[in-house]
Each structure stands twice: as C-alpha cells, then as structure tokens.
Design a protein around this ligand. Structure first.
Ligand code: HSE
Length: 428
C-alpha cells in the first residue's frame, strides 16, 4: 500500500469532529477509494481539555495552528476553524509556505483572500480545495469545476444559508414575525456567533462570490456582491407573496451579462411551485445553468457535522488520489478582474403599499409607474382597514433603478400611507 496521506487538522468544532469521525469510521473504505490510507497525525484547537466525544489520543496536539501547519510530518493542512483573519489566515499562509496542500471549509477566508491564497499556492506548486465552504454537503464545487467543465455557465443561483431559509419558512408556516423566529433560531443554536453573518446575507454572499469566480473565470469579488439580509422581510409580505403564488427566499444570483458581472444576495420572490420555492427549513439549493447541459438543481444539507465533514473528506480523498485541480477551476493568474454590472437585470417586481381609500388614489400610483416606464401585470386591493387600502402590484419586467425611482415618487402623490415595499421577482 502506498504511503498514507497525513493530515494536520486545525479546528475541533462541529466540522473538525465530523472529519475525525469519518476518518476513523471509514478508514478502510477511504483507503480503498484513495488507493492509500488517510491518517490524522496532529490536531489543534483552542481548548485541549474539552471532551468532544471522539478519541483524539492517537494524535499529536498543537496549541498553535501555525505550528501545526508547519509540521514536517503532515502533507495536508485541513482548516476548519473559520474566520477571514487571525489564526485561520495565518495558518493557511503558513501551510502553503511550508509546502502543504490545504483543504478548507472557510468561505470568509476565501471570499476575502482567495485570489492571493490561490496564487501563493500555485506558485508553491500546492493546491487549495474548498468543497465544504459552499453549501455544506452539496458537491457544488465539483459540479462546477468538473461535471460542468465543458459548459459556458450562464447563471448560478442558490439558497445557500440554511439559517435564513429556516427563518423564512418558519415565519410562513407558523405565521410568526421575523423577530420571534430569529429568537427561536438563536435558542436552537442555528445562528453564527455573529448573527449578521447569517441574517445579513454575508455568509451566503461569501459563498456566491466563490461560485461566481469558478463559473465565470473571474477573480473573487465579494466586495461587489449586492447584499441585503432578511431583517426587513415582514410576515405581511410573506403572506401576500404566498397569496400571489410566490415564496420569499434569500436568493443568490450570479450571472455574466453584456453589462458585466452581476452578483446579488437579496430577498427575492420565486414561484412557490419552483424547486427553489419548495425548499423548506435549513436545506440549501444551488441551481447551475450551462449552455450545453441546461439547468442542474442540487439540493441538500448546507451545514452540520456530517454534511460539512463529508465535503471536506471529498477534497481530502481527491488529494490522496493525486487529483490536483486549481483552486477556482483554472490557474489563479488567468482569472480576470470582473467588470461589475452597474445595475441588476430587469425583472418583474412585487410592490406592496397602503393607500388612502379615496377616488383617484390608485390612478396616481399607476401614473407614477407609467411615468417610470413600468407596466403593471397584476394588481390586488384587499382587506381594507378603515380609510386605508392595502394594494399589491406585480409589475412586468422593470429595471430596478426605475422601480426605486417610482417608489420615491409615490411619496409625493399624497395618497401613500407609510412606506411602500418593493421586492424583485426572480425568474427561476
Ligand atoms: N450558518 C450557515 C448556514 C452555515 O446557516 O447555512 C455555515 O455557512
């Protein structure tokens, strides 16, 4: 049997423990598939004393992940600590400098430093792989870099934050407001230590930026992702959207247009009967569109011990087999700086507003929409509350900037009560 692939594992939280469990439980199966054994040699975590429910006694302990990354007796550095800076970044850089390959689950690190790390790795003849960083157990990096390598990718879409999808689907099924379900999610331990990473769309935006780099051969440009979290999604909009045949999702969309690269991670309406509309709870879904293959839909667990460790091990086993793909599917130096599209592609929009229930009120709103070049597709006025009339409008395709302009003009009509809401309807 050829020499084992020797791992240094940095991070013994949920994912790290999952990696240890798979390495121990499936040692024979992995050796058979990889053609050589895969062994954990040394581990590192903050607290050496904590009982993690796995036997770590055979592994050397390193308090410092940088020291772990530099050990002579490891071939591959597995980073499952998280964080875009600090120990995760330092240890990853140290691993490359010390001539190790890297497998990471760290989307934040790669979204911010992926280009520099990939270039450093390639200069050193090393490889960085990150299947676990995007959509947990769904093998979406492999799908893009390998399965769809013969396609020009048109669009990548996805629900890639399970916590947000849990909150939105629970709001709808239980009829509860955002704040209540957010608190439930916190109690259930679903939220990241910084909840804004989840509900602010940042975590999902990191993932989208990594997929966009592979899909379009562009340098990772997380700073150009249009980000909007779910904090302003109201139970009223979830209910009205459902009545109109839609669901609200925190949806990521990346597409290369004639105007440049569009990357959005924003709440959108999608048809309730579409695969994305049907997605419930903490599950993730990624939709890939290629010119030859058409549309591929991948659905599965986006977080948790087993799913994320499963993805880490896919990369580990690839490296044990000698499969050495460039980080973003092509040499990092060949990735081009994307031109960011100044505005999103036109799309239908859902508009909700409350109007004074008096003659000509609706006509004034329709006039403003017409003046902005926006055509109404459907309209509904229901559930009058005294002198106020809630109005729902679905527009034909409209440029987001035209919708935003019309929304500002509504205030001057004198018939608007409170703030109007506009949400993009994504054609999926
Ligand atoms: N917090 C993320 C989620 C998992 O809820 O999907 C890690 O990216």
């Amino acid at each position: 049997m050829p020499a084992p692939l020797r791992l240094g594992l940095a991070g013994l939280g949920t994912v790290g423990v999952g990696v240890v469990r798979i390495v121990q439980r499936h040692a024979d199966l992995i050796a058979a598939r990889a053609g050589r054994p895969v062994q954990v040699i040394a581990v590192s975590a903050r607290d050496a004393a904590r009982d993690r429910g796995v036997d770590l006694s055979a592994y050397a302990w390193e308090a410092d992940p940088v020291a772990l990354a530099r050990r002579d007796d490891i071939d591959l550095f597995v980073e499952v600590m998280g964080g875009s800076e600090g120990p995760a970044r330092l240890a990853t850089e140290a691993a490359i400098d010390a001539g190790k390959d890297v497998v990471t689950a760290n989307k934040a690190l790669l979204a911010h430093h992926g280009q520099a790390l990939a270039e450093a790795a390639e200069t050193a003849g090393r490889v960085i792989r990150f299947e676990a960083a995007v959509a947990g157990g769904i093998p979406v990096i492999k799908a893009l870099t390998e399965g769809l390598a013969g396609n020009r990718i048109g669009r990548v879409m996805g629900v890639m934050n399970g916590t947000c999808n849990y909150i939105l689907t629970r709001m709808e099924s239980a009829g509860l407001p955002y704040e209540t379900v957010f608190e439930e999610a916190r109690q259930l331990g679903y939220l990241e230590a910084d909840p804004n990473l989840d509900v602010g769309g940042i975590d999902a935006g990191h993932k989208l930026s990594l997929l966009a780099a592979i899909a379009f051969g562009t340098r990772v440009s997380f700073d150009r992702v249009e980000l909007e979290g779910i904090g302003k999604v109201s139970i009223d909009d979830i209910r009205h959207a459902a009545d109109l045949g839609f669901r609200i999702k925190l949806l990521g969309v990346a597409q290369m247009t004639g105007r440049g690269l569009e990357q959005r991670m924003t709440p959108c309406l999608v048809p309730a009967d579409s695969p994305l509309g049907q997605l419930q709870g903490g599950t993730n879904m990624v939709v890939l569109e290629g010119d030859a293959v058409g549309q591929i839909v991948l659905r599965g667990p986006g977080a948790g011990e087993g799913p994320t460790a499963s993805a880490v091990m896919a990369d580990v086993i690839d490296l044990a087999r000698g499969v050495r793909l460039p980080t973003f599917g092509q040499p990092a130096t060949s990735l081009v700086e994307p031109v960011a599209a100044a505005a999103a592609t036109p799309a239908p929009h859902y508009l909700r507003m409350t109007l004074l229930d008096k003659p000509g009120a609706l006509a004034k709103i329709a006039t403003e929409l017409g003046a902005a070049g926006i055509s109404i597709d459907r309209m509904r006025q229901t559930q009058h509350q005294g002198a106020h009339a809630p109005v729902l409008i679905v527009t034909h395709k409209a440029a987001p900037q035209d919708v935003a302009h019309a929304m500002t003009r509504f205030a001057g009509t004198g018939v608007l009560v409170g703030e109007p809401v506009a949400i993009r309807i994504e054609e999926v």
